[in-house]
Design a protein. Sequence first.
Length: 368
Amino acid sequence: MSRFIFSADGHVLEPREIYQDGLPASLHKHGLRAKREGDYMVTYCGERVIFRLPLKPPTDEIGNFGRPNQKGNIDLNARLEDMAMEGIDAEILFPTLGMQTFGIEHPDAEMFSTQAYNNWLSDFVKGRGDTFVGSAVMPVREVANTVSEMKRVATMGYTNVMLPSFIPEGLPQYNDQRWDPIFETAQNLDLVLVVHTATGRPNVRVAKGAGAAVINYTDQMRDSLQTVMYMVAGGILDRFPRVKVAFVECGASWLAGVSERMDETYHGHHMFVRPKLSVPPSEIVKRQIHASFQYDRACIMSRSVTGANALMWGSDYPHHEGTFPNSREVIADLFEGIDISESEKDDILGGNAARLFKLNRPEVTKAA
């Protein structure tokens, strides 16, 4: 019997026009938009430039990001063909341009933009709940808007919502009680909070020069590491112990290290620690944190610290740093030389994510 594979990281390419069509004309200048400027297609978030892509790239490889066929970005039938080739049975879907909505500074423009994407994605995957799980993007500039949109998308069938991995300018970190109503709503509605790497960052290219391509992508892992510290040590996850948080496309090998480091500090500096937690930080991580990974094997080796339930494999389709079109080979090599049971493999490759995101496959999502 073949193993069930759920990719805990995949992307769609939503139509850019939804971010203008979904806004009143008076708010267009505050939202996401793209226009041609000379030899570049320039994408704006409000007045800030977030992408400048050459219309005539210097090489074909750069032009298609190493993927000669990306039809699966926008065509579910083409995507299903790629998934069959890759041996992937189900996926969670994240946006492309919509990853930047956290940079919209105008609260109303942010609200309309996220609603436009969430409506589009719901229609895009309608009737495919046994194969695709959509992730709804949240407005975060005003708490009332966040809570309202969480309640709305829950009625639409969403099981998870996205919060930023990098806190946008002007908002407090996750150790501030300003976020409590959002976590309380997530707990009451049983919505998973998803933190996808690079969301909320004003610039994903922080380094230039030698090594920049490696440094910039690797550095995004730091956002998730920091966010875990704020959520765990800051007490918000202890106040809402049924909330689950999934960190996506940030790898997972760092999770064991930060768990043990927080324990060490919590006990060693106990006289200074506020708030006091009901259990050690590592226990909160085991109880509430999940992380997706593509290639790292160190997270599998350190699962005694995080728990195997924390780990979810993902392909990051169709991005060039992801595993497509070599997912079968990557999966085959993941557990080489590691002492691990077949049931743990099943969980890491599919069962954990399917249960967490409530995939409509009862035979897979039944309690482990």
